[in-house]
Write a protein that binds this ligand. Structure first.
Ligand code: 1HA
Length: 270
C-alpha cells in the first residue's frame, strides 16, 4: 500500500491511504511501550484523522511485527504517572481511550505480537481487532503495580464477560490469538503476512458502507455503556441529522430573516 505520511512524529507514524488513516506506535525496541509523548502524538493524529474528511476508518497499530503495544513505558514511570520531558507525571492514555471511543469513524486495532497492559486496553477500546497468529494478549497491572479500572476493566468485561475479565486481571496470564478469538476479544486471526491485507479488506468493506449509518451505530453502541455522555454523543448525531432537514433550516431562516417560522407544512409522523 502506498501509505502517504501526513505528518512526521518522533514516536509514532501517521499515514494515509485510500480513505484509511494509520496511526502506528514506533518504539519497537521496547515492544511499542508508550511515553507521554507517544500518547500526545497519537492523540493529535487521532484528532487529525477525525477532522480529515477523506478518512473513513482509522487503523491503530505498532511498528515491527513483534508488538502492538506493551503499555506504559515502565522506565519513565514516576511518582503519579508517566513522566515526559516536562517532568510532569501523566496518565494521558486515558484521554486517548476516550478519543478512540468518541471518534465517529470505526477504529480497527491491527495487532501483531504483544498487546499487553495499557497496550491491551488500547486494542480493547477499538471498534474491531484483527490479530496476527503471533499476537499475545494480557494485562499485567497487579504484577507491575498498576490497574485500569475504567474501560480496561468494565468494558473488557462487556467484551469477554465478567468471569474471563476477572481472570485476565487477577492472574495476569497471557493469551494467544486463538484464545482471544474464542473469547470474543478479537474479530479475526490471520497469518502475520496477511495482517495488513486483511485489515485493509475489512476497512474497504466499511468504506463502502454509509458513513452516517456507521457513525450512528458507533454512537449507539457507545450510548448503552456510556450513560449521559453516551446519550450526548448519540443525540449530537441526531442533531446533525436534524440540521440537514428542511424543517430545521426553516427555523434558522426565519430567525435570520426576522420573520415567524412556518413549521405547519412539516409532517407530524405517527
Ligand atoms: O496500567 C496502566 C494504566 C492504568 C491507568 C491509567 C493509565 C495507565 C497507563 C499505562 C498502564 C500500563 O500499561 S501498566 C502495564 C505496563 N506494561 C507491562 O507491564 C508490560 C511489560 N512488558 C512485559 O511484560 C514484556 O516485555 C512482554 C511480556 C510484553 C514481552 O516479553 P519479552 O518478549 O520477553 O520481551 P522483553 O525482553 O521483556 O522486552 C523487550 C524490551 O522491551 C526489553 O528491553 P531491553 O531489556 O531489551 O532493554 C524490555 O525491558 C522492553 N519493554 C517491554 N515492555 C516494556 C519495556 N520497557 C518499558 N516499558 C514496557 N512496558
Amino acid at each position: 500500500y502506498a501509505w502517504e505520511t501526513i505528518k512526521e512524529y518522533q514516536e509514532i507514524k501517521y499515514s494515509y491511504y485510500n480513505g484509511v488513516a494509520k496511526i502506528s506506535i514506533n518504539r519497537p525496541h521496547v515492544h511499542n511501550a508508550f511515553t507521554p509523548l507517544t500518547v500526545r502524538e497519537m492523540s493529535e493524529a487521532m484528532e487529525l484523522a477525525r477532522q480529515d474528511e477523506r478518512v473513513g476508518v482509522v487503523i491503530l497499530t505498532g511498528e515491527g511485527g513483534k508488538a502492538f503495544c506493551s503499555g506504559g513505558d515502565q522506565s519513565v514511570r514516576g511518582h503519579g504517572g508517566y513522566v515526559g520531558e516536562d517532568k510532569v507525571p501523566r496518565l494521558n492514555v486515558l484521554d486517548l481511550q476516550m478519543q478512540i471511543r468518541r471518534i465517529p469513524k470505526p477504529v480497527v486495532a491491527m495487532v501483531a505480537g504483544w498487546a499487553i497492559g495499557g497496550g491491551h486496553v488500547l486494542h480493547v477500546v477499538c471498534d474491531l481487532s484483527i490479530a496476527a497468529e503471533n499476537a499475545r494478549f494480557g494485562q499485567t497491572g497487579p504484577k507491575v503495580g498498576s490497574f485500569d479500572g475504567g474501560f480496561g476493566a468494565s468494558y473488557l468485561a462487556r467484551v469477554v464477560g465478567q468471569k474471563k475479565a476477572r481472570e485476565i486481571w487477577y492472574l495476569c496470564d497471557q493469551y494467544d490469538a486463538q484464545d482471544a478469538l474464542q473469547m470474543g476479544l478479537v474479530n479475526k486471526v490471520v497469518p502475520l503476512e496477511k495482517l495488513e491485507e486483511t485489515t485493509m479488506e475489512w476497512c474497504a468493506k466499511m468504506l463502502e458502507k454509509s458513513p452516517m449509518a456507521l457513525r450512528m451505530l458507533k454512537s449507539a453502541f457507545n450510548a448503552e455503556l456510556d450513560g449521559q455522555a453516551g446519550i450526548q454523543e448519540l443525540a449530537g448525531n441526531a442533531t446533525l441529522l436534524y440540521y440537514l432537514s428542511e424543517e430545521a433550516k426553516e427555523g434558522r431562516d426565519a430567525f435570520v430573516q426576522k420573520r415567524k417560522p412556518d413549521f405547519a407544512k412539516y409532517p407530524k409522523f405517527p
